[in-house]
Design a protein around this ligand. Structure first.
Ligand SMILES: [Zn+2]
Length: 361
């Protein structure tokens, strides 16, 4: 039994799973395209290796058999098995992205065990309010009310997708914000892309987070083709991080996870989380975790799956993390790098205790 096998987890950033049968193949790549065989990747082979036994099949079952079995079980039973097998005690669910019908945090936790909590995606809240706001002032006040009152466990921003991460260190003037809000409401374009409004929103979320003791999560590093990778290196956030004291969680980070680890090294309020990197890189998860731990203080590293739509991703994140962090720590024990007590503390910290402390659970 590996040192990470039985650790309860806080999945501190994930999404709901589909409440309908979906085509698994479409969700196995950030390209969201079936032109390349989605199972011929480290994520694809890892899914066959790890998820097939949870659905009652041989490990490495052929992709076609896996898809057939999953359809036979149906989304509900497949989700129940895979989510429960992740061994998660708390699910922090970003509720602002739903490409179709997905579980609420409550239903996700009902299926997988444990407790569900909501992570507020701030851009989605602004976009929803913009549909009914009577005036720019009403829109801005509505957003502030949500930021200061909504019962959430953290804020999350996808500003990297919209304008990159080179954020101004101070918020824009109130008059510029009101004007930008007025323009946005006039054009009736629901997607928020205005840099003045986006910057204001992130600064207000940081202020609310600081006052309420809620961390601010940023998407950094790879994602779908909507983003420009050169603009989402977490080091682009350096000036913002230096100026704004809110606890800041860098999500995903790959391939800039070493840069993220550096930021966590030099700034006490910065945390690193590999998120969807782990399921995507599969058996390379140990190498990536080792690179993060080169510089990141052990207490600054968090676990999440970033599972989205497919419960396979929630499970794989946990299973691969347990297996490959376990192997990494075992190699350090064999080399006399640390003691068994140090190893246990490191693994429990990343899997649970660091997030529990940060979110006062
Ligand atoms: Zn996410």
């Amino acid at each position: 039994m590996g040192v990470a096998d039985a650790v309860p987890l806080i999945d501190q950033h994930c999404h709901g799973v589909a409440t309908a049968d979906v085509d698994v193949r479409e969700w196995l790549s950030e390209a969201k395209s079936a032109r390349r065989h989605p199972f011929r990747s480290l994520l694809g082979v890892s899914l066959r290796r790890w998820c097939a036994p949870v659905l009652g099949m041989e490990s490495h079952a052929p992709a076609e058999d896996y898809l057939w079995r999953r359809a036979e079980l149906g989304w509900h039973e497949a989700s129940r098995r895979l989510l429960a097998a992740a061994g998660v005690k708390h699910w922090f669910v970003d509720t602002g992205y739903a490409p179709g019908p997905v579980t609420t945090p409550g239903l996700l936790a009902e299926l997988g065990g444990g407790t569900g909590h909501e992570v507020m995606r701030i851009e989605s809240v602004a976009e929803t309010l913009s549909l009914t706001a009577a005036s720019p002032e009403a829109l801005l006040n509505g957003i502030l009310t949500q930021l200061h009152r909504a019962p959430v466990i953290a804020f999350k921003s996808v500003i990297g997708y919209r304008m990159g991460l080179r954020l101004p260190t101070v918020p824009p003037d109130r008059s510029a914000v009101v004007q930008a809000a007025g323009n946005w409401l006039r054009v009736k374009e629901s997607r928020l892309t205005d840099p003045v409004l986006l910057t204001w929103l992130v600064h207000e979320a940081a202020r609310a987070g600081y006052e309420r003791g809620l961390p601010l999560q940023f998407h950094t590093g790879f994602g779908d083709s909507d983003l420009r990778l050169s603009e989402v290196d977490p080091v682009c956030l350096t000036d913002f991080i230096r100026a704004v004291p809110v606890p800041t969680v860098l999500l995903h980070c790959y391939p800039f996870h070493r840069n993220a680890a550096y930021l966590a090294h030099v700034f006490d309020h910065v945390y690193v989380d590999l998120g969807l990197t782990v399921p995507f890189v599969g058996p390379r998860a140990g190498a990536v975790l080792a690179e993060v731990l080169e510089l990141a203080p052990f207490d600054s590293v968090l676990y999440s799956s970033d599972g989205n739509v497919l419960p396979e991703l929630h499970f794989l994140g946990a299973a691969l993390w347990r297996s490959y962090l376990g192997k990494l720590v075992d190699s350090w024990l064999a080399d006399d790098v640390l003691t068994p007590a140090d190893a246990e503390r490191l693994v429990l910290g990343i899997g649970y205790a660091n997030a529990a402390r940060l979110h006062r659970l």
